[in-house]
Design a protein. Sequence first.
Length: 399
Amino acid sequence: MKRLLLILILASAARASTLPGFHVQVLQGAPGFLTSLAVDSGGTIYYSIKSGDVLRLGPAEKVAGTPVVVAHVATEANGNCGLIGLALRDDNTAIVHYTTPAITYDIVSAIDLTTGAESEIHRFVCDKDVAERGVSSEHHGGNLTIAPDGSIFLAIGDYGMGGLAQDPAWNAGKLWRILPDGSTVQFASGFRNPFDLAWDAATQRVILTDNGDAVDDEIDVVAEGDDCGWPYTAGNRPPVAGMRPPVYTFPVVVAPTGMAPLSGRNPILRRGYLLGSYVAKALFYVPDVYANPVPDPVAVIQNESDPIIDVAEGPDGSVYFASGFVIYKLIVPASGDCNGDGVVDAADISALSKELSGGPHATTSAHASWGCDVNGDGMIDARDLAALAGMVRGRAVRR
Ligand SMILES: [Ca+2]
Ligand SMILES: [Ca+2]
Ligand SMILES: [Ca+2]
Ligand SMILES: [Ca+2]
């Protein structure tokens, strides 16, 4: 049975297509529907399962054995509800977001990863008029992110009732900041269903994706006090005065899921963001959300057999992502491996010369592998050729 499961997992990974030189390595299957993924400073993976378990998976470099359940929260998997978000505050504390079984509250709790003990931080009432009544399982947002000052950011979707996103009396359709003292601030409003977010401390902005109801999946750069427009406008629909338009609207429905900011530690995916997608079953790379216009996200992986739910960067720059059922590592091309065959040698010099025959261009529009960007500055140009020649000569001398 175990062997059959492994074969099925390997077979499904093999169906995905990646850009040249990128590879996908299966780490392990998840014992339930995975909703979020995080990596601690030692490379240990933590993840959440919709039905309420928080699991630990050894240092990712030597994954072995079975994942360990470190905690369970009182929730029920139901539609968009259950244990729907997890982030690490430090190596011993996860912050989780889940709904109560009757969908009466969205709860944010701290989980002690050694003892499994839960301490509630805040509960957002769902139906503000009659708490016991609860609300629909649609659109409760999901993942959280933690700012360097200890603030927790999370979004709660509109529960499938657009008007609530504009009603200041309801928690729905809002982006929340929970300060380290436990107080809450409504950071922004006008959202439909943002599943994940990141905090950019340098610009004091929240970067998030909002799932549209038509062809209007968005990337938003959100400042405190913004109204991001839902349900009065969305995507490329006419702007509404005073409402913050998205910085990017996907031209097709992708249903964005988890996202990860890149720290500069990965040799190829250095800056910007990685985004998962439910419908496109793709992992997108977004190099710069501040560019005007924001360039089209590039699918590093697409046609996965299952939706991609979350993505995270490890302490050494390794990228991990997960479908609802399997955790993977993304292997990027080595710097200098321009033809994407896994080695850096003289053949890459000819591949890079050929790549450059049409002139310098962005790494994201490489015909060959992104490893052609030898110095990792986002452009493939003559400086990369000089750097590669130096690398290949250096290796020949060492031999
Ligand atoms: Ca919007
Ligand atoms: Ca996430
Ligand atoms: Ca090569
Ligand atoms: Ca370059």
